[in-house]
Design a binder for this molecule. Structure first.
Ligand SMILES: Cc1cc2nc3c(=O)[nH]c(=O)nc-3n(C[C@H](O)[C@H](O)[C@H](O)COP(=O)(O)OP(=O)(O)OC[C@H]3O[C@@H](n4cnc5c(N)ncnc54)[C@H](O)[C@@H]3O)c2cc1C
Length: 438
């Protein structure tokens, strides 16, 4: 099925499931004699809760769901729709009080009924989820701690909200209506535990072995993985995987990295990894033969999705890795189309894979333009920040008609994106990959 059609179908399915509780509210026996605000409040509560439960599907990394959009877009949707759901859930008690001001006593978390207490616990969990996700770095939370907290708070929010629905009991006043809420909610929690924690470690095709770890310029290493008893992984150039190293079958540790080798070589994956924190600092000490579990491939940042007359690749620092995969794949496919890679970093010495790029220049219609921010007196090339002028100098002819792929730090991507649009490049021809999911 084509990507646009399946993307629209998933969206329609999402809207159908989110509004399904409103239909269930109409199935008898239903409470009578209630005002508009109260009904609206309950409807918003049900829709918000359904959206929170569906968040589990969004993070389950189902390939058929992420394929039309790319998993980064799914995760962005997960973040933004969470705020909408929380807003609906917060409006729910406000409208109850608008309808019947005497119910203001429910606002006391310690007073009220068990139905209101469970609602309060769920709300606290939701508030915790929003605050720790929006301000993770300012709160000094490491990614791993944040992730564990996120799982605990999300589980708490869903379980206590379901208890609230069952205890409030107005629209869930029969056994089958309880079951309609509790069974799918419980099944989704189990599904996520299975797909995220259990399946990767036990699925034989996801197990690889470290073949080599070699140092590169700019505080980087190349990690080479080979399949352990299977044929390897087919992927599109530019895609990424989550890597877990070590023998533990169930672990919370997993880090995303773009594959930087050729998609034509599925049985030897190479990654270019910059030292950032605990996982990446430890990589130079990882021994050949170490077990690696891969989840993926994921991502929609790929030349295979966008046919073009030629390409402009722009990298900032380690953002060069998915672009390296494009180039290696094009070389293996003997792709004759013209390409320019504009590669920026603080200094020339910081830029990894220069020898590989020189070799790729001899196999492709490729020009590599290095743009160090600062360079010595003897440097004849470009310096400073990447601009449209630099691109025009190196691609005088068909620049505007090419497909643009950018990967690098957020501020660099934002300013280049603006510059490309100002120069007349259509939005559909600009593709961005950011190495940040949270
Ligand atoms: C799609 C994608 C592709 C990437 N490709 C590359 C690549 O090819 N080469 C490369 O060097 N880096 C890449 N990264 C970045 C890389 O994932 C992080 O630098 C790495 O996980 C840092 O882990 P750490 O424990 O060493 O450092 P930490 O100090 O723990 O983390 C530094 C930052 O990395 C991010 N991060 C850490 N762990 C995770 C995780 N499990 N999931 C998502 N984000 C996390 C967080 O923003 C965190 O603040 C990519 C990231 C993404 C999202």
């Amino acid at each position: 099925m084509n990507r646009l059609v399946s993307g629209v179908l998933w969206l329609l399915l999402y809207l159908a499931v989110v509004t399904l509780p409103l239909l269930l509210m109409l199935v008898p026996p239903v409470p009578t004699g209630r005002g508009f605000w109260l009904e609206l409040s309950v409807a918003l509560g049900f829709v918000g809760l359904t959206q929170i439960v569906l968040q589990l599907v969004l993070i389950s990394r189902f390939k058929s769901l992420s394929a039309p959009y790319g998993i980064d877009i799914i995760l962005r949707f997960h973040r933004q729709i969470a705020l909408v759901a929380i807003a609906f859930i917060l409006i729910h008690p406000v409208l109850i009080i608008v309808d019947t001001p005497a119910r203001v006593k429910l606002l006391n978390p310690l007073g009220g009924t068990w139905a209101s207490r469970t609602a309060w616990i769920s709300l606290f969990c939701l508030a915790g989820l929003a605050v720790t996700s929006l301000f993770r770095l300012r709160l000094g939370l490491t990614y791993e701690r944040w992730r564990l907290l996120h799982l605990i708070l999300a589980g708490g929010a869903i379980i206590f909200a379901l208890l609230h629905v069952v205890m409030a009991g107005l629209y869930t006043n029969t056994l089958w209506k309880h079951a309609v809420w509790v069974l799918p909610g419980g099944a989704l929690v189990l599904l996520v535990l299975y797909t995220r924690l259990i399946k990767p470690g036990f699925f034989p095709d996801s197990v690889w072995r470290v073949a080599e770890v070699r140092p590169e310029r700019g505080n980087c290493v190349t990690l080479v993985l080979e399949p352990d008893g299977h044929e390897g992984m087919s992927f599109a150039p530019g895609q990424f995987v989550w890597i877990t190293l070590g023998d533990r079958k169930i672990t919370m540790q997993e880090n995303p990295f773009s594959i930087r080798s050729s998609a034509a070589r599925p049985a030897r994956l190479e990654f270019g990894i910059k030292k950032m924190g605990d996982f990446t600092e430890n990589l130079p000490h990882v021994k050949p033969g170490t077990r690696a579990v891969l989840q993926g491939p994921h991502g929609a940042f790929s030349i295979d999705r966008y046919p073009a007359v030629g390409y402009v690749f722009i990298a900032g620092g380690i953002g060069v890795t998915p672009l390296m995969s494009f180039l290696h794949t094009m070389a293996d496919r003997r792709d004759p189309r013209p390409v320019i890679l504009v590669y920026a970093d603080k200094t020339l010495e910081d830029m990894a894979f220069q020898e590989e790029l020189a070799e790729l220049e001899s196999r492709l219609d490729l020009e590599v333009v290095y743009v160090p921010e600062k360079a010595g007196e003897d440097w004849q090339g470009e310096t400073g920040f990447v601009t449209w002028d630099i691109l025009e100098r190196h691609v005088p002819k068909d620049l505007i008609h090419r497909e643009f792929f950018l990967c690098g730090p957020g501020p660099m991507m934002a300013s280049l994106h603006k510059a490309l649009k100002a120069a007349g490049v259509h939005q559909d021809h600009i593709h961005l990959e950011l190495f940040e999911l949270v």
